[in-house]
Design a protein around this ligand. Structure first.
Ligand SMILES: [Cu+2]
Length: 131
């Protein structure tokens, strides 16, 4: 016979597992809207760890944007951030955050990759408010 305590523990652990999976799923979801800051700019955080998470960021055209790349590794692969958007590659610090600021005037789809083109992400720039 299973005791009530054991049954209760099972329920609690199952709920905790579901919550962890849900939170991870949200963190690593493939797309995210940039959020508006108090100063009217928009910003989004991208975790860099053998890939870009989220790998798609929705932005609004004509609004200054800050992407905060949080690189959680020191693999040389992700040190450089390359895009047609920028004349020079950005160097992302290892185990820290590098902010990349820009303003995109034209709606469209822009890609960025690591130095070797192994990992990639995209910026989807919309006309008007993204909501
Ligand atoms: Cu690479």
């Amino acid at each position: 016979m299973v005791s009530w305590t054991a049954a209760l523990l099972l329920v609690v652990f199952s709920l905790a597992a579901v919550l962890v999976i849900y939170a991870e799923g949200r963190l690593l979801s493939s797309a995210r809207r940039a959020r508006r800051s108090a100063d009217g700019t928009q910003e989004a955080r991208v975790v860099v760890d053998r890939g870009y998470y989220p790998s798609r960021i929705d932005l609004e055209a004509g609004i200054p944007a800050t992407l905060r790349f949080e690189r959680r590794e020191d693999d040389p692969c992700t040190e450089l951030l390359v895009s047609e958007l920028w004349p020079n590659a950005h160097r992302l610090v290892a185990h820290g955050e590098t902010q990349v600021r820009f303003t995109l005037q034209r709606p469209g789809r822009y890609t960025f990759t690591c130095g070797m083109g192994l990992y990639s992400g995209e910026l989807l720039v919309h006309r008007g408010r993204v909501s």
